[in-house]
Design a protein around this ligand. Structure first.
Ligand SMILES: [Zn+2]
Length: 251
């Protein structure tokens, strides 16, 4: 820990040692790389850690995409990206991209997946993400996790919206791997220079660690915290930082 971190309330270092069975919910192909690709690469280096990634939507680009092959192609790209990170298990939920609806069926399906894998850590999108699919997936997965006792902590990752991070993870040693994995998402990269954006975000988060570091930042909530209706995160969500209220405030 450097001087800057000890003198202020900067995020703590994320200790990966307690992670034994790790489940990741990615709303779309590429979120797993952008949000926690470094963490996955580091976790995959430990053969005792089991990792299961769940792709929630079909990634077909939604109603804006005329390309009917987009979904299957993006699934192959995601498999290739995960292979680079050292992860082989990928499950799909087949929900609609860009039109994700949070219903009872989603929570039941998510709960079944969590129940059968028995993760002790679950990675999920940030609870105040700008992207509606991310926001709703976060809410649904959080709710499903409350019903499965094996889940010891939730690890919210940042994609479209930076988080009020509680923890950071030094991913400098696997930053190249993360970038290579991201490059496998050819279809997504046509819509934005995500590699540049991710490097910038991870370099910024690396400032907490000293010079020349890359880091991923997370909000970590223990079971006691995510079950607590008056936790600071629940209160923050209640302040109206949701996509809906932000958009409503503009009109
Ligand atoms: Zn996404």
């Amino acid at each position: 820990m450097n001087a800057l971190a000890t003198e202020t309330s900067l995020p703590m270092m994320l200790n990966l040692a307690p992670a034994k069975r790790v489940m990741v919910f990615a709303p779309h192909p590429d979120d797993e790389c952008i949000g926690c690709g470094g963490a996955l690469a580091l976790l995959a280096q430990n053969p005792e850690v089991q990792i299961s990634v769940v792709l929630v939507t079909n990634g077909d680009g939604g109603e804006h995409s005329p390309d009917v092959n987009m979904g299957p192609r993006r699934l192959l790209e995601m498999q290739a990206a995960l292979k680079v990170l050292g992860v082989s298990e990928l499950k799909t939920m087949g929900r609609l991209d860009g039109r994700f609806e949070l219903d009872d069926q989603f929570e039941t399906d998510a709960q079944q997946l969590i129940q059968s894998f028995q993760p002790n850590w679950v990675f999920l999108p940030g609870p105040m993400d700008y992207h509606k699919d991310h926001l709703l997936v976060s809410k649904g997965v959080e709710s499903a996790c409350k019903e499965v006792d094996s889940v010891e902590q939730l690890v919210y990752f940042e994609t479209w919206t930076p988080l009020p991070a509680t923890h950071v993870l030094d991913i400098t040693s696997v930053m190249d791997l993360k970038c290579r994995a991201l490059q496998a998402h050819h279809s997504a990269l046509k819509y934005g220079d995500y590699e540049r954006g991710v490097k910038g975000l991870n370099a910024y988060r690396g400032l907490y660690l000293g010079f020349d570091r890359f880091a991923e930042a997370f909000v970590v909530q223990t079971r006691a915290e995510f079950e607590n209706p008056s936790s600071w995160l629940t209160q923050l969500k209640g302040l109206g930082l949701s996509l809906k209220s932000r958009l409503g405030a503009r009109t």
